[in-house]
Design a protein around this ligand. Sequence first.
Ligand SMILES: [Zn+2]
Length: 302
Amino acid sequence: MNIDHLLQAAKDAGQHRARPLASNFKVGAALEFTNGAILSGGNTEDRGKTVVGACAERNVLAAANNQMGPLSEYGIGGTVGWRRAAVWANTPGPITPCGICRDYMAATAVSPGAEVLSQCEGPSRSGFTIGELLPLAGRGPGGDVKEEIESWRLSGGRITQLPSSASDYLIARAMGAAGRSYRPPFSNEPISGAALLTENGQMHEGFLVIDATTRLGGTAISMAVRNALVGPVENTSRVVAVGLFTYGDVLRAPTGCDLQLLQEIRSKHGDVDVMFGCNTCAYKTTLDALLPHPFGRNDLGY
Ligand SMILES: [Zn+2]
């Protein structure tokens, strides 16, 4: 299928099948899979509870998994992966997938080079690879990002190794918070903690919380953000740095979900430093590097 047809399929889904009952923000996605199939769909929302429903991209991937799957994970196993995606939104400019969708899209893409194209009400288009949109997706065993860091750095990724796993104060605080993690016995989610520093010098900690449905609670970073939001989100209480610590020797970067949330309360005056480490190593980079071309309020006209 040529690219114009794929973009048209995304537009049709966004205009006719999206049900954004709470936000009226219409999005359609069309994905081309390795077996040649094209699946498309729109975003869905309950009228009063936006937490019910999902973005167009994830709705299509969930349908693909159930109709043709299982989807392969990072190009391994499964029966199909996606190789090209088109997104349409009723916005003035083209949007990019949110951090949550980038996680799922990176996991189910045939390779990091899989293309994501975007179109909107206006004439402009944008195009990226999923590897560009989420450079440290966690393609290694258990979500390990060590090999991805090396290849990212070779291609110009802005990241430096810290001298030891707890050499940064924020990571040390995150390590302390990790011990309070709460999860059901069946969960494989690694024990982790986070610490946020805001412009007014306040520190907010968080740790992994998972309930029995595995849908509530949150990652260490998302729980730290909730703690930060207890106070007013003035310019002076916006996040300027974050540390993430994960127990064990598997190094994990903040998820796309975490990066999306940080994007919402980031400093308006500059980038956000992001440090993450495990028991054996630690690295430092920035939010702009980990989540380039983010989707945010500006795209919706706020
Ligand atoms: Zn999304």
